[in-house]
Design a protein around this ligand. Sequence first.
Ligand SMILES: Nc1ncnc2c1ncn2[C@@H]1O[C@H](COP(=O)(O)OP(=O)(O)O)[C@@H](O)[C@H]1O
Ligand SMILES: [Mg+2]
Length: 205
Amino acid sequence: MSKFVTFEGGEGCGKTTLLEGLKAYLNQHNVDYVATREPGGLKICEEIRNMVKYSTEEISKRAELLLFSASRAELVQNYILPNLQDGKLVLCDRFYDSSRVYQGYANGLSDEEVMNVTRFATNGLVPDITFYLDIDPKVAFERKGGKDKGDRIEQRDLSYHYMVREGYKKIAEKEDRFIIIDATLSKEQVLNEVLNKLRKEGIIE
Ligand SMILES: Nc1ncnc2c1ncn2[C@@H]1O[C@H](COP(=O)(O)OP(=O)(O)O)[C@@H](O)[C@H]1O
Ligand SMILES: [Mg+2]
């Protein structure tokens, strides 16, 4: 079942936790899948991740978008597309919707600007389903025990993270591929909502 499914939401919303649960389920049920993350996934992309997340240097808005997009272009070309062509279910922790809200809506670039760069980077690849885990950023940061000190994006003011949430809500309400999940539900409930949707779409049994 060649499908591309992405997971979005602010820091600490539970993407990694959900993916761990989902992977355990897929392993148990012998589903042919791969899972990756953005930025990262391949060695060169992890190098870009380190730069864009942990550099102590200032990075301008447009350069930041291009760094995320460079990592994305590499991952699409050399990991996501080949796996989809192999008939696999591909799961990705964050994808271009993150750029639309973190580099776009919350950081002053228009959605059109971000999408122009994105279409070039991804060669037009769009996820089949995108799960957006919605939660108040203040609650999410408390849950994860505070902001990661070295992370230049996490370190931004709470007002930035509220803009991120607002940006996600705007795009999630507009586009059919989004499934909005209340990320304050228990880990089991969140996983169940995702499994139910994947069953409904015929992606798992
Ligand atoms: N549904 C949930 N309810 C309560 N705590 C959760 C839930 N999902 C994740 N957490 C906790 O919140 C923190 C951040 O989760 P994580 O999966 O790392 O988020 P993300 O990958 O989106 O940044 C972790 O401590 C995790 O155990
Ligand atoms: Mg995570």
